[in-house]
Design a protein. Structure first.
Length: 147
């Protein structure tokens, strides 16, 4: 344990703290001393005990206000986190839906392509058959004219 000598309200005190925490303890005591002296200047000399009590109340008030703000920020962060999760879920849902639509469009495209190829073969066959029939008709007509 380390010892820190501090001066508070004109009196010397020796306080103990964990090794390595000396600087932190000194910073805390500077803040308390400033608060105490500020209240002493604002309120006058009400007596050391009463000023210490008021200082403690002020410090606790600031602590609870800060804690309340931290709790509010935690709640806001929790809400934002939930909204982010919801948004992420919607994004994944949208992506899956679009991928499904793309797959469906690709399937329809392939079916249409296959249908066009079948129709093209049928059309070519029909044209070929019609050409053969016309050719046969012309041959018959020529044979009949010759005879």
């Amino acid at each position: 344990m380390a010892n820190v000598s501090i001066k508070f309200n004109g009196k010397e005190f020796l306080l103990s703290c964990e090794d390595g925490q000396e600087e932190h303890l000194e910073e805390l005591l500077i803040q308390i001393n400033q608060k105490f002296n500020s209240l002493k200047n604002d309120l006058g000399n009400l007596g050391e005990n009463k000023l210490l009590l008021i200082t403690a109340v002020k410090v606790m008030d600031e602590y609870f206000e800060t804690k309340k703000k931290v709790d509010q920020k935690k709640e806001e962060l929790k809400n934002l986190s939930n909204k982010f999760k919801e948004l992420r879920s919607l994004i994944y849902e949208y992506r899956d839906k679009k991928e499904s639509e793309i797959n469906e469009l690709n399937e329809n495209h392939n079916k249409l392509k296959d249908e066009i190829e079948v129709n093209q073969r049928n059309y070519e066959k029909l044209i070929g058959e019609a050409a053969d029939e016309i050719s046969n008709f012309v041959k018959k007509a020529n044979l009949e004219n010759l005879s």
